[in-house]
Design a protein around this ligand. Sequence first.
Ligand SMILES: [Zn+2]
Length: 228
Amino acid sequence: MKNPFVELLNLFYPNLCIICNEPLNKSENQICISCIQQIPRTHYHKLSDNPVEKRFWGKVNIFRATSFYFFHKGSPFQKLIHELKYKNNKEVGEVMGRLAAIELMESADFTTVDFVIPIPLHPKKYALRGYNQSECIANGISAVLKKPVDTSSLVRVMENTTQTKKSVYERYKNTSGIFEYKQGCIPDNSHLLLVDDVLTTGSTLEAAVEALSAIPGVRVSVFTLAVA
Ligand SMILES: [Zn+2]
């Protein structure tokens, strides 16, 4: 139902696109369609053995993996992720999660997901930011897939320090064991969709897959909003 007061308010203070600052129309939320269309897409969910899946080969067992966008420095996507991580804009995560999930449904593999699991932040970092940006994305996916978000089964027990100057082996040592699976929350043979914002080295996701592998018969798939 249209609220005349909200309509009037929008006339004087229209919602603006977070990327181009142009007024949004009624069907748009956070980002205008023209900005969304400028972010380069991977379409990897339609492709088995895609480059994102290959990153996990020989490291951990995954069922499927995909990233929605390509991440380039200075691209509109960078502004979007900045809003999501540092500007307290939780809604943009949910909007992007919904958009991605509508397309994920094109792939039969992703329609069999039972639980959506965001990569947890360390409690200290969570307290600082006040929310988990991956959980915002997971909420959007969950709304479309109609499968619950689980934020209690995967627990972050260690902080990982900044990774950029470390070797591959040091990074491995640094991330292995940063998550623990809290037993009894997820039924055997479930299909889990791990959700993160941007895929960079992949070591955090690997550690999470490793922890969830404790569940008998589990299949773990990975979704990130973008791949660097
Ligand atoms: Zn725009």
